[in-house]
Structure formats: C-alpha cells, structure tokens
Ligand binder design. Structure first.
Ligand code: NAI
Length: 357
C-alpha cells in the first residue's frame, strides 16, 4: 500500500468486507488537516480490486483539493463500494457500509456519488450520523447535491467563456455534454434556459431521448461527443474522459464539466494547454455539490446562502485562469499548486495544534 503509485500519503485506508451482507468497500481518508474528510460514496462494478483502490485513492485526494479550494472546513476522503449489488441485498449492503463509516468516528463523512442515491443515504443514516445528502426541509438545501453541482458547472462555464471569448452570455453558444445522469441533465437544463444549444451523448439512449425532447438537444454517438465542433465540451460521465488522443482532437476551445479526474494523464492536460484549449480544473468547477453538503452538515443551509456560495466558484476560476495566463502555466497545474499550498498551511496548523495539546 505505501508504495502504491496513488497512495500519496493518505492518512488512512479502510478495506471493509462484511460476509453477511456481501459488502466489499474501501474508505480512503486522504487528509483531515482542514476538518473531517468529506467525500461521496461511489457504487461501481470495477474490473478488479485494484481498480477500485485506484479510484478511491485518486478521488479522495481530489476531495482534499476540492474542499481546500472551495474554502470549506473539511478534509478529503472518498468511499467506493464494489458492485454490482443485487437489489435484494442493497439495504443490507448500505447498512453495513453505514456501520463502517461509523467505525471511523467522524473522521470520514459520506454522501452520494455515482451509483448511489438519496434513498441509500437515508439507509446509511440509520447506522451513522456522519452522512450528508439527506432530504432538506423547506427553504433549506439538502438531498441530491447534483442540481448544485450543475449550477456550479454552469457558472464555471460562464467564467471560462469570459476568459476565452470576453463575454459571459451563453445564448447561441454550442455545448457538448457527455453523460446525462444526475448532473449532466441538470446542466443541460441550466444551459438551455440561458439559450445555449446542446449536443449530447449517453450510453443510455433513454437519457438522450429525454434531452432531445426537453431541450431540443442533438444526440451523437458516445465515441464522437468530445470531438464535436462546439464552443464548450462538458464531460459529465466518468473520470479519464480526456485522454491524450482526445486532447489532440478536441475542437472546442473550452473543457468545463462535472466529472472528477477528467484528465486521464498529466500529458493530456499539457496537450490541451499547448493547443490553447482552456481547461476548468475539475475539482474547482464541480464543488457545488460538496458546498451544499457542507452547508447541510453544519446546519447553515439556507438555500439562498448556499446558492451564493456555489456561485463563488466563478470567481475562483477567474483567479486560476488569470494566474495561468500571467505565468504561462496550464490551469490544472495552477489549481494543484494552490490546493497543495492550502493543504501545507493546514497541515502546519494541525501540527501546531497537536504540539499545543
Ligand atoms: P450519474 O451516474 O447520475 O451519471 C453519469 C451518466 O453518464 C449516466 O447517465 C451514464 O449512463 C453516463 N455515461 C457513463 N459512461 C458514459 C460514456 N462513456 N459516454 C456517455 N455517457 C456515459 O452520475 P452523476 O452524479 O451525474 O455524476 C457525473 C460525474 O460528475 C461523475 O464523474 C461524478 O463523480 C461527478 N460529480 C458528481 C457530483 C454530484 O453532485 N452528483 C459532484 C461532483 C462530481
């Protein structure tokens, strides 16, 4: 584990196997320097245990960066449940997962991610209080974080359009959305309402039909979505969408979407930079959901206040784009440097607190 290429000094990695329910899960706690490690739980049918481990480690480090860059008082962690999980086993699996989260005594706080719903979180909440993404009351944010994530991505697209094209008006802009799941569909709605025209793809044809009917979107094959002749490409499916090949053939001037870990390799980011494609660092633009969850966990979740916090993503991206242009550095490297700086300062403060105690 300590030599694993993605280990990156995780504070803790918990492997969980529950014979009774069949749960197999990994909970990765990357950093608690800024607070409890918060990040969603993904349920996915991984090809191997190592693929699940790699996903957990990369996603949890991403959460440390995401929470630090969003100025949230939370560290970074992530959980993966190894699927598939049969429908009749799901409740037992979620309960066992909730007990595993509880065993960490608040070091890790879970919420929804791909493959996991608000209903699952309600089951987990029966076993632990260290869970977010539960249904909110009137005027309060809560429940599915996806609409907040989508709003943040839309605000981020506006910031990227401003940096690249000199205006924030999305009317008439062409956007290709890859993945029409929770976030992708809400993002289409946001963009459609502002007059953008949409090109979409999903492995699930029913999702494509829905976007065609509701937003007049044009459906294309999942192989071609990222290289469409559009202004913006928004990856909203799984990670690793921007390979070096895709980076070379993207026609859009902007890549700005919700998916975590969009760049398959560091080289893919460099190719985008060389070709003048503006990349909105994923963990900055997609922080809307975790901003909502933090509001919910802290009880400071008035909808208007949380929405304003999500809209602040635009200003953060403005600063990253400006610094990248000033220093002639690619945007993801600017964001990584800023996030690492914040974590270094937080680690020093934590060390001082430990010594003082
Ligand atoms: P989801 O599971 O609801 O949606 C993913 C969609 O992508 C599904 O409709 C699926 O059919 C489609 N898809 C999968 N592979 C595809 C491919 N090769 N081509 C086209 N479509 C494909 O997931 P959700 O919640 O919408 O999340 C999307 C991405 O955003 C994920 O990477 C997630 O980690 C990230 N994210 C989500 C947040 C949230 O609030 N839900 C917060 C931050 C990041």
């Amino acid at each position: 584990m300590f030599d694993h290429p993605d280990y990156d000094s995780h504070e803790k990695v918990l492997m969980v196997e529950d014979a009774q329910s069949g749960l197999k899960a990994i909970i990765a706690v990357h950093s608690t320097a800024l607070g409890a490690a918060a990040g969603g739980c993904r349920l996915w049918a991984y090809d191997s245990g190592n693929a699940a481990l790699v996903d957990a480690l990369r996603l949890s480090r991403g959460m440390s960066y995401k929470n630090a860059m969003a100025d949230l008082p939370m560290g970074g962690g992530k959980a993966v449940i190894l699927g598939p999980v049969a429908a009749d086993k799901r409740t037992g699996v979620m309960q066992a997962f909730g007990r595993a989260v509880d065993s960490l005594n608040g070091q890790y706080i879970t919420a929804e991610d791909v493959g996991v719903s608000v209903a699952d979180m309600e089951i987990i909440a029966g076993q632990t209080r260290h869970v977010g993404g539960l249904a909110g009351g009137a005027g309060k944010s809560g429940g599915d974080p996806s609409p907040y994530t989508a709003r943040g991505v839309r605000v981020g697209i506006e910031a990227a359009v401003k940096a690249k094209l000199g205006h924030t008006d999305l009317a008439g802009l062409k956007v290709a959305v890859q993945g029409l799941g929770h976030v992708g569909m809400y993002l289409c709605e946001e963009l459609f309402n502002l007059g953008a025209s949409l090109v979409v793809a999903d492995i699930n044809p029913a999702r494509v039909s829905e976007a065609q009917m509701r937003f007049g979107a044009m459906g294309v094959s999942t192989d071609d979505i990222l290289t469409q002749p559009v202004d913006v490409v928004a990856p909203c499916a799984l990670g690793g969408a921007i390979s070096e090949y895709v980076a070379r053939y993207i026609k859009a001037g902007i890549v700005a979407g919700a998916a975590n870990n969009q760049l398959l390799t560091a080289e893919a980011g460099r190719i985008l930079g060389e070709r003048g494609v503006l990349y909105a660092p994923d963990y900055v633009i997609n922080a809307g959901g975790i901003i909502m969850v933090q509001g919910e966990l802290s009880g400071d979740n008035d909808t208007a206040v949380v929405t304003a916090r999500v809209d602040a993503i635009g200003g953060r991206l403005d600063a990253i784009f400006a610094r990248a242009a000033r220093d002639n550095v690619i945007t993801n490297e600017v964001a990584d440097a800023m996030a690492k700086d914040k974590l270094r300062v937080a680690n020093q403060a934590k060390a001082r607190r430990t010594v003082a105690a």
